[in-house]
Ligand binder design. Structure first.
Ligand code: 5AD
Ligand code: SF4
Ligand code: FES
Length: 360
């Protein structure tokens, strides 16, 4: 699976690997796989403490809140894991009007947010012209950074959105295993994903990507390669959450990813990326509602993305079942998340929380 050199290096013990991290040295895939295999105990606690130290030194005590607006659950794709995939006929589809999305963004600014994340399925109703109108509308009405999370589009559209004022783009590569990627994505390719990420970077976006943890068939070596890929892509933001099985998909019946493996991936992501922005994700909070986000913040994460989608739509944007906050209001979630940030001794940032990375 790994090169001869990799196999040899994998002979390093966890203690040696942890010492290497402490000295600021890079790990290779075999070393990462060894650490991902740690069971609970002193070595794992040490790994988490090292990640927390790097978080503190590279991004500080501030936690950035990004207000998430899920503005359409229509999607042209059939990703095998996703609850709103095209072929799931049980989904009640909705689209928010542009004015309604702008209004939601203005409310977000009123609640203190400095970033909104506009997320949807891959929905052709929102043509490039409509997206430009939306982005301009928000920029005109509120002092907000805008992050887009709307999937694969042609490069000229990415450019038009950027020129209209979009600052950041989220596009997870989901897994670095080409074979697994192909199995899960009947209408897309790993190469197009990577090309899209390269185009976004070239245009000037702050680029976020990420993966799911515990996908059916995913191995520890795959996860180690995911970490190598985060570093290779020099990502501004890395989103990582557990895979959660949705019963109305082809993967029905498969086991969920675990919080434990997600914590290890979060810590190692902080260690390999240094100053990337890393959210404590809603999927993790869904597996561990009481303490998932708090633990993530203590082992590398520095971002939370509270759901600001108007209440009547929330229950229809279910990529996975059991999602938290379906009945809560945006005010309530903002308060709740701020309290959680403070409970771990951190502060909610008042800034935009732009990337700290200097590329090139
Ligand atoms: N479980 C967890 N995360 C999921 N996503 C999609 N479906 C699921 C699921 N069943 C994630 C993907 C996608 C992001 C928006 O949501 O990683 O990129
Ligand atoms: Fe559509 Fe995204 Fe779900 Fe894939 S993961 S089916 S692109 S909403
Ligand atoms: Fe919604 Fe806690 S984040 S209630």
């Amino acid at each position: 699976m790994f090169t001869e050199r990799g196999v040899w290096l994998s002979m390093s013990t966890p203690v040696e690997l942890l010492a290497r991290i402490e000295r600021g040295e890079d790990l290779d895939a075999a070393g990462l796989a060894t650490l991902l295999s740690l069971e609970e105990g002193a070595d794992l606690e040490r790994l988490f403490a090292l990640a927390d130290g790097i978080r503190k030194r590279s991004v500080g005590e501030e936690v950035h809140l990004r207000g998430l607006i899920e503005f359409s659950n229509h999607c042209r794709k059939n990703c095998a894991y996703c609850g709103i995939r095209l072929d799931n006929r049980k989904v009640r589809r909705y689209r928010m009007e542009i004015g309604e999305i702008v209004g939601t963004a203005v409310t977000a600014a009123g609640l203190g947010y400095r970033t909104v994340v506009l997320q949807s399925g891959e929905d052709a109703y929102y043509t490039a012209d409509r997206m430009v109108e939306l982005i301009r509308g928000i920029k005109k009405s509120a002092d907000l950074a805008i992050t887009l999370s709307i999937g694969e589009r042609p490069k000229d559209e990415y450019r038009r959105f950027f020129e209209a004022g979009a600052d950041r783009y989220l596009l997870r590569f989901e897994t670095s295993s080409r074979a697994l990627y192909a199995r899960l994505h009947p209408d897309s390719s790993y190469d197009l994903r990577m090309l899209s990420l390269a185009r976004l970077r070239e245009i000037g976006y702050q680029v976020g990507s990420g993966v799911m943890i515990g996908l059916p068939g995913q191995t520890i070596d795959d996860l180690a390669m995911d970490l190598m890929q985060f570093k290779e892509l020099d990502l501004d933001m890395v989103g990582i959450g557990p895979y959660i099985c949705h019963p109305d998909t082809p993967l029905a019946g498969s086991p969920d990813g675990t919080a434990g493996m997600t914590f290890k991936m979060l810590a190692l992501t902080r260690i390999v990326t240094g100053d990337a922005h890393i959210p404590a994700t809603t999927a993790l909070a869904t597996l561990r509602p009481d303490d998932g986000r708090e633990r993530a913040l203590r082992l590398g994460a520095n971002v939370i993305m509270p759901n600001l989608t108007p209440q009547q739509y929330r229950q229809h944007y279910l990529l996975y079942p059991g999602k938290i906050c379906l009945q809560e209001s945006s005010d309530r979630c903002t308060e709740c998340v701020s309290g959680r940030v403070q409970s771990v001794g951190r502060v909610v940032s008042r800034g935009y929380g732009h990337s700290l990375k200097l590329h090139g």
